[in-house]
Ligand binder design. Structure first.
Ligand code: NAI
Ligand code: MG
Length: 383
């Protein structure tokens, strides 16, 4: 029986990961769980957002389910511009304090000596895990769960490059009024993410999970403006396409792709794109089928390690109320089952989710009044 590492993290991560574990316990009797710590609360308690013990637990497990973590915004733990640094002024986020964002306190505020981490030392644990284990592909499938969802049928997979682009972590102050982020695109990362996309298109077709007759990959970029970076991404993807003559390839500029995703999502089968575009478009796609509460994902690389996680964050606006939708986490557990070579168990979970949704047992984000526990119980009874 496999050992699965659970990292609930912060906020609703602590509500949806136990729900997903409950489902895994039903379809994989005898599964072993090990729970590991990460996130903002962990950072405040221990001084690190991703303890070494957690990295070791991920390395030792057969698969990992990650919940969500909360990250500080600009001005909380980010380096200050040269003219402000060291002068004790706080460069707060434009949203902070307006009630729109639940800003965490500055490190050290309200916490004792033991747990006062150094400024600037917080790093998103999921980004760190992706980097540490070179989980270069982020697979984000979107399918209709709600039959009443408006628009055409949605059955697509976004393959997001996970290690570089604008999330390469190369941000700096040029002067007090100018901040710069470098966008890194390499041939190596573009080539390997393109291969994942073409292979996924083939596999979706083989599994009959795609409603599109011919497998298709759409390369999404902005090479008309970002001529070097997205030019390299586009050309590398098109070159990789030649190894997959059975897969139709086309391309679209990211802004038009956003429009087409809303207007006619049935145009898409597999999308391959860079890190930030993939992040944004996958939230948009989730919005087509009920929202972030139902969106799953898997972070995979060349090896056996996989970290599956709901696409959503810690949802501070609803955390602690017992109403978080567990479906995104439960469908992420199904992706983990596929990765563990348990496709029958994965399909059982997906069918149980679909049946429970069809029975209108829904959390408030989907228009219902059920709690996390009700929905999880209903899904387990469908198994
Ligand atoms: P969010 O995904 O936490 O929430 C966005 C909206 O979706 C909220 O209205 C929330 O209530 C709703 N939502 C999210 N998950 C839900 C669920 N399971 N059931 C029902 N509704 C759900 O994104 P937001 O508010 O932008 O970020 C909150 C925090 O999460 C931030 O600190 C951010 O850095 C972090 N975050 C972490 C991620 C991760 O750990 N992988 C990913 C995205 C954000
Ligand atoms: Mg996101």
């Amino acid at each position: 029986m496999p050992t699965i590492c659970l990292i609930p993290g912060d906020g609703v991560g602590r509500e949806v990961i136990p729900a997903a574990a409950q489902v895994l316990g039903v379809v994989l009797p005898g599964v072993q769980f090990i729970e590991a710590d990460a996130g903002w609360d962990c950072f405040l308690r221990t001084g690190t957002a991703l303890p070494d013990a957690t990295v070791e637990a991920v390395a030792g497990a057969d698969g990992t389910l990650f919940g969500a973590t909360q990250s500080p915004m600009s001005g909380d733990l980010t380096p200050q511009p040269p003219s402000l640094a060291g002068k004790g002024e706080v460069n707060s986020s434009p949203l902070a304090g307006k009630g729109e964002v639940n800003s965490p306190p500055l490190a050290g505020e309200g916490v004792g000596e033991r747990s006062s981490p150094g400024r600037g030392s917080y790093r998103s644990p999921i980004l760190a895990l992706r980097k540490h284990f070179d989980l270069y592909a982020n697979l984000r499938p979107t399918t209709n769960l709600l039959s009443q969802a408006p628009g055409a049928a949605v059955d697509l997979l976004i393959v997001r490059e996970n290690t570089e682009g604008l999330y390469a972590g190369r941000e700096r102050w040029e002067d007090a009024d100018t901040a710069i982020a470098e966008r890194v695109i390499t041939r190596r990362a573009s080539e390997r993410i393109a291969r994942v996309a073409f292979e996924q298109a083939r596999q979706r077709r083989a599994n009959r999970k795609s409603q599109i007759a011919n497998p298709k990959v759409t390369i999404i970029h902005k090479a008309n403006v970002l001529k070097l970076t997205d030019g390299l991404f586009r050309e590398t993807c098109l070159a990789a396409a030649r190894e997959f003559p059975d897969v139709t390839v086309n391309e679209m500029l990211v802004d038009a792709a956003a429009m087409w995703l809303v207007k006619d999502p049935s145009r898409f089968d597999v999308i391959v794109t860079t890190n930030l575009f993939g992040d944004i478009l996958s939230d948009l796609a989730a919005g087509l089928v009920g929202g972030l509460g139902v969106a799953p994902s898997a972070n995979v690389g060349a090896g056996r390690i996989a970290v599956c996680e709901p696409v959503h964050g810690s949802a501070p606006d609803i955390a602690g109320q017992g109403i978080a939708n567990p479906i995104g986490a439960i469908l992420s557990a199904a992706m983990l089952l596929d990765h563990l070579g348990e496709p029958a168990a994965a399909d059982r979970v997906r069918r149980a989710v679909a049946n429970s949704v069809a029975a209108a047992i829904l959390t408030p984000d989907l228009g219902g009044a059920a709690t996390t526990a009700h929905v999880t119980g209903a899904i387990c009874r469908q198994l």
